[in-house]
Design a protein around this ligand. Structure first.
Ligand code: ZN
Length: 149
């Protein structure tokens, strides 16, 4: 079975966006893309800080199973134990980003509870959250590569 992400045409999406990447009964995986692929990427520190903040914030609004940063550093994968409408997830994501702007500290960022506690940047994470909110989040349809030669 081909990897879903390798079939997405990354030239024909417009970030920031939310996209349904995969689903199974009772489980939905979203592509939360903060940066335009192959044009920009989050540095590791703000990406890491956003992961810590969003992991808790999104759980206040959705039955989150997992939130993981993408290796390309352009966004996150979010898995939810339900099949909510994309618009509902988009609202939860938007709300979470507005809460990031208010955050005074990074949850779980001590060497006891994090694997790279030195690699955090709250101010930069807040600048990225503000930039995403400013640009405006939208629901993105999956645009598949025309051929996989
Ligand atoms: Zn960490």
């Amino acid at each position: 079975m081909p990897l879903e992400s390798f079939e997405l045409d990354h030239r024909r999406v417009r970030a920031p966006y939310l996209r349904v990447a995969a689903s199974a009964p009772g489980l939905t995986k979203y592509d939360l893309r903060l940066c335009q692929p192959n044009q920009e990427a989050l540095p590791t520190a703000p990406l890491h800080t956003l992961e810590h903040l969003l992991a808790g914030l999104l759980r206040e609004r959705l039955p989150v199973w997992d939130l993981s940063p993408m290796g390309c550093r352009t966004g996150f994968y979010l898995s939810v134990l339900a099949e909510p409408a994309p618009q509902e997830v988009l609202e939860a994501f938007r709300w979470s980003l507005t809460q990031v702007l208010e955050a005074g500290e990074i949850p779980g960022a001590s060497p006891l509870s994090c694997g790279n506690a030195a690699d955090h940047d709250l101010a930069a994470a807040q600048r990225w959250a503000a930039k995403v909110l400013e640009r405006g989040l939208r629901v993105q349809e999956t645009v598949r590569l025309d051929s996989l030669a």
